[in-house]
Ligand binder design. Structure first.
Ligand SMILES: NC(=O)c1ccc[n+]([C@@H]2O[C@H](COP(=O)([O-])OP(=O)(O)OC[C@H]3O[C@@H](n4cnc5c(N)ncnc54)[C@H](O)[C@@H]3O)[C@@H](O)[C@H]2O)c1
Length: 262
């Protein structure tokens, strides 16, 4: 049987206490990784406990530390601790981020800077902090969570789509500078079942009708799941993807394949 086997690899995932990061951590543990995660949740938050339980339910080791990815010193302290505890880092999934819904001219300088720090600079900071450890790994992989907004966007989502597009450049540039010892890949998910998107549907007078309308925009006939994004991360981290580097993979249920007048 062909199976993804990441046994005894150490993975670092940011933003593990909710949504996509939680799903990625769980699938990586299922594939055999020990997983260290950070996020903005306290140690006793529901999401933190769920992260630890999900990793340990597969018999893997977990470690959680509060760290704000926009603060390089907090990222560095998190990675220092990971190395003390695990002695190695093989896979990094730089996932933490958030949508910043603002039109171009309405976006304040403060919102612009926050968005650049969170959705672009934090990924570069994590990459350079982890580089020495990924180099020492047999097959170091740095994965960046971009978005379908890197390829097509909507009005009112200006700063977010600028930075998610820039991440595709970061993936390309680091792949060519850090290969062959480190592979660098991006994942650009479309509409994924996450708490944020549930809130989005709940903001409509008829949430279920809006949900069905959105599903109808997807040739896959569904929204994506966090486990499916996790499976992409596990595959891209594995030797099956040894020829994958420098590219950001769009995983959007076919939404971008559908012309607007269909
Ligand atoms: N949900 C989607 O449909 C979707 C689609 C495309 C891309 N994405 C991207 O996936 C990533 C995760 O999105 P999500 O929807 O799962 O989010 P979410 O809000 O459900 O979870 C975000 C996680 O990141 C953490 N986080 C947020 N800001 C942080 C910071 N400054 N420092 C450290 N941790 C921080 C939170 O604590 C939480 O654990 C983001 O980069 C987002 O842009 C999401």
């Amino acid at each position: 049987m062909l199976a993804i086997n990441l046994t005894n690899k150490v993975a670092v995932v940011t933003g593990v206490t909710s949504g996509i990061g939680a799903g990625v951590a769980k699938v990586l543990a299922q594939a055999g990784c020990h997983v260290a995660g950070c996020a903005l949740s306290a140690d006793n938050d529901e999401g933190t406990i769920a992260f630890v339980d999900s990793v340990e339910s597969f018999g893997r080791r977990s470690f959680y530390q509060y760290a704000d990815v926009t603060k390089p010193e907090e990222l560095a302290s998190f990675i220092d601790k990971v190395v003390i505890l695990f002695g190695q880092i093989d896979i990094v999934v730089s996932n933490a981020g958030a949508n910043v819904f603002k039109g171009a001219e309405k976006c304040t300088d403060e919102e612009w800077s926050h968005n650049i720090n969170l959705n672009l600079a934090s990924h570069w900071n994590l990459a350079r902090i982890c580089k020495p450890w990924l180099e020492q790994s047999d097959h170091g992989v740095f994965e960046v969570m971009a978005s379908n907004h890197a390829y097509a966007s909507i009005p009112g989502c200006f700063p977010y789509n600028v930075t998610k597009t820039a991440l595709t450049g970061l993936v390309r540039a680091l792949a060519i500078e850090w290969g062959p010892s480190i592979r660098v890949v991006g994942i650009a998910p479309g509409f994924i079942e996450t708490p944020g998107n549930d809130k989005w549907f709940a903001s409509f007078p008829d949430a279920e009708a809006e949900r069905q309308r959105t599903i109808g925009l997807h040739p896959a006939g569904k929204l994506g799941s966090t486990a499916e994004v996790g499976a992409w991360c596990a595959f891209l981290a594995s030797d099956f993807a040894a020829f994958a580097t420098g590219t950001t993979y769009l995983v959007d249920g076919g939404r971008s394949a559908l012309l607007q007048d269909s």
